[in-house]
Structure formats: structure tokens, C-alpha cells
Design a protein around this ligand. Structure first.
Ligand code: SF4
Length: 343
């Protein structure tokens, strides 16, 4: 199916500006000795060029699996069992292994969790950057490749001298910037950053997020930020997607999410954030995230949901969208009420 056909069959995806990224009905299952775990369950969303999406959820909700599936980097015993990922009209799932390898970095870049620890300690930063370029670009002179790397380093506020340094000579924040520089070497249309600020102090976290935002503007890439920190996300993204048990249970604008969340799990996550009214008393979410091997029937959140009804135990809620584009998976979501103008 090409993008036009997708837009014909899913008119809700058509926007004034064609999305640069469209994820449609993505499904991933892990076949383990303990059983079958559906890690991504019919996931769909889209992003326009320059748009920023934050994906939040508890550990094990499927956030990193989503990133790996989009990059076609799911390893056995995992399997992508369905869906499409379009980047600027190219269906990544339909590419052969060599074309997909070339598309990584060129069309879609992935900065994995703990990326800064994956830098080779015995190779200079420049050599690692040059390796990344020459494995994707042909017919570029050495001088052009070096200049490309220098410009990427400057884009993330690192001095040109970083090119000659070894990873151990850099701080954690500088190493993370090097990883971002590698991610933007070929100016991809989509950048996925998985927990880009974990293990960094709060000041450096902010600097790294600002760096990502600046390079996003410079190359007009769509950015997906994966993380736990809703407060940090709120400052940098346009849209937030909340993940629970392999599903996107709510996707909305930052403003909608923080002022008027609709899905009970989203509400519970927002309530976990400290604010001036709760005077240091933190609210948690009762219970534990379910094992993907043994998901509760109906709505997977029902054992923890204070608003659960009988229907929630037996009937699986499906995504519903209102006119604003907010998408919610919950039996209680009344999209018609959301569409009515507020008086
Ligand atoms: Fe709670 Fe039911 Fe909504 Fe699930 S469908 S979040 S259990 S109210």
C-alpha cells in the first residue's frame, strides 16, 4: 500500500501538510519459552516535518520496542508481525536489508538508550563519525566527509577539536552530543532519541534537550523522544503519546495532556508529577504494570483503574479520535463531548 492508498483508507491521517512519518498498525510479538508476548499492539500515529512527539510510559510498556521496530532492528525471539512505517513516502518495511541499512541515518536516525556508552573507547570521535558516513555515502571526498563531521559537531555546540579526541576525554553530556551529531550526519527526516538524558545531571539534561531541539529546527526533522520524565518532555515536545501494555492509550497535544488528560492511566501519570498544591505528597499509580505474557482481558489497565466498569473487564476498548486529533483508548472517552464547543 502506498501513502496515497493509506490516506484513502485512513482519511483521519490526511492533514493540510502530509506527514513525514506514518506508522500504521504496527505489531510486534516476542516468542519466548514462557509464552507469547505482544509488545506492540496495532500502533498507529503520524508526525509532520519538524514536529516533536514525546512517548512516555512505565518500563516494559513497549517504548523501546517501538523505536526498534521502526528501525527494523527487532531481534529474535521478537518478530514484526504487521504494519507499515512510511518515511517521506518510502515504506521501510518493504525495503530489502541493504536498502534498509542505507535508510538508517539517511532517512531515520536512532539514538539508543545509553548511546554515549556505545562509543568505541579506542577510536577517536572523528574516525567513528567518518565510519558512519562512508558506510552510507558514496562519491564523497575525504575532505568533504571531514567537513560534514565538523559541521555536525558544531551543530551540537562541540568544538571542531572534538574530532581528534577520544571518548574518555569528554564529559557525559559531550558524549551524548557526539551521539546526536552522528545521528544528524546525513540529515535524516526522522530522529528517534531513546532516553537521551538518562544518567545526566539536570543541567546537562536541559542542555542536551536544547541541542536536540536546535538540530531539529536546523534540519526540519520530526523528532520522537522516548522517556519517563513527563516534566522534561512537557518543555520540549508538541505532542505526547502515553503507552501502556504495548498500546498508545492517549495521543494529544502537550496542552491537552497536561490540562485535560482523558485516559485514566494518562491522568494517573500526570497526577504523579509534583506540583505546588500537593505540598510534597506524591501520588503513585496503584498496582504494577502487567506482564505482557499474561495481559488482563478487556482493557489491560482495568485491574489498576479506579474508574473501571464491568465492560472494561470483558471488552477491549479501541482507539477513538476527536476533531482536534486527540486519540484515546478508553470505554469512557466521549469523543462527541470533546467535539462540542465549550460554552
Ligand atoms: Fe479504565 Fe475502563 Fe478506561 Fe480501561 S477502559 S482505562 S479500565 S475506564
Amino acid at each position: 500500500m502506498n501513502v496515497e492508498q493509506v490516506q484513502n483508507t485512513h482519511p483521519e491521517l490526511v492533514s493540510a501538510e502530509t506527514p513525514v512519518l506514518q506508522v500504521q498498525n504496527l505489531e510486534v510479538t516476542y516468542y519466548t519459552d514462557a509464552g507469547r508476548a505482544k509488545a506492540l499492539d496495532d500502533l498507529s500515529f503520524s508526525l509532520k516535518a519538524g514536529e516533536k512527539l514525546g512517548i512516555v510510559g512505565e518500563s516494559g510498556s513497549g517504548k523501546s520496542t517501538l523505536a526498534l521496530a521502526m528501525m527494523q532492528m527487532i531481534k529474535s525471539p521478537g518478530r514484526i508481525e504487521g504494519g507499515q512505517v512510511y518515511v517521506d513516502g518510502t515504506e521501510l518495511m518493504a525495503l530489502n536489508a541493504e536498502d534498509m541499512r542505507r535508510s538508517r541515518l539517511q532517512k531515520i536516525a536512532y539514538i539508543p538508550q545509553g548511546a554515549m556508552n556505545s562509543l568505541n573507547p579506542v577510536m577517536r570521535i572523528g574516525a567513528q563519525m567518518v565510519d558512519a558516513v562512508i558506510s552510507h555515502v558514496e562519491n564523497e571526498s575525504k575532505a568533504e566527509t571531514k567537513e560534514r563531521c565538523m559541521l555536525a559537531l558544531e551543530s551540537v555546540d562541540l568544538a571542531r577539536g572534538t574530532f581528534k579526541m577520544f571518548p574518555h576525554e569528554l564529559s557525559g553530556g559531550m558524549k551524548q552530543r557526539v551521539c546526536i551529531a552522528i545521528g544528524i550526519l546525513l540529515q535524516p527526516q526522522v530522529i528517534i532519541a531513546d532516553e537521551p538524558t538518562s544518567a545526566l545531571d539536570v543541567v546537562t539534561q536541559r542542555q542536551v534537550m536544547e541541542t536536540i531541539d536546535r538540530v531539529r529546527k536546523k534540519i526540519n526533522a520530526a523528532v520522537i523522544l522516548i522517556g519517563h520524565d513527563m516534566g522534561l518532555m512537557a518543555q520540549f515536545v508538541d505532542k505526547v503519546a502515553v503507552m501502556y501494555a504495548g498500546r498508545l492509550v492517549e495521543v494529544s497535544t502537550v496542552r491537552q495532556m497536561f490540562t485535560d488528560p482523558q485516559q485514566p492511566y494518562s491522568k494517573a501519570l500526570i497526577n504523579c508529577l509534583p506540583n505546588l498544591d500537593n505540598k510534597g505528597v506524591f501520588q503513585g499509580i496503584p498496582g504494577l504494570a502487567p506482564s505482557l505474557l499474561r495481559l488482563p482481558g478487556g482493557c489491560a489497565f482495568h485491574p489498576r483503574c479506579e474508574l473501571a466498569r464491568d465492560i472494561c473487564k470483558t471488552s477491549r476498548p479501541e482507539p477513538q479520535s476527536d476533531k482536534s486529533g486527540r486519540s484515546v483508548i478508553c470505554h469512557l472517552f466521549d469523543k462527541e463531548a470533546q467535539n462540542e464547543p465549550s460554552s
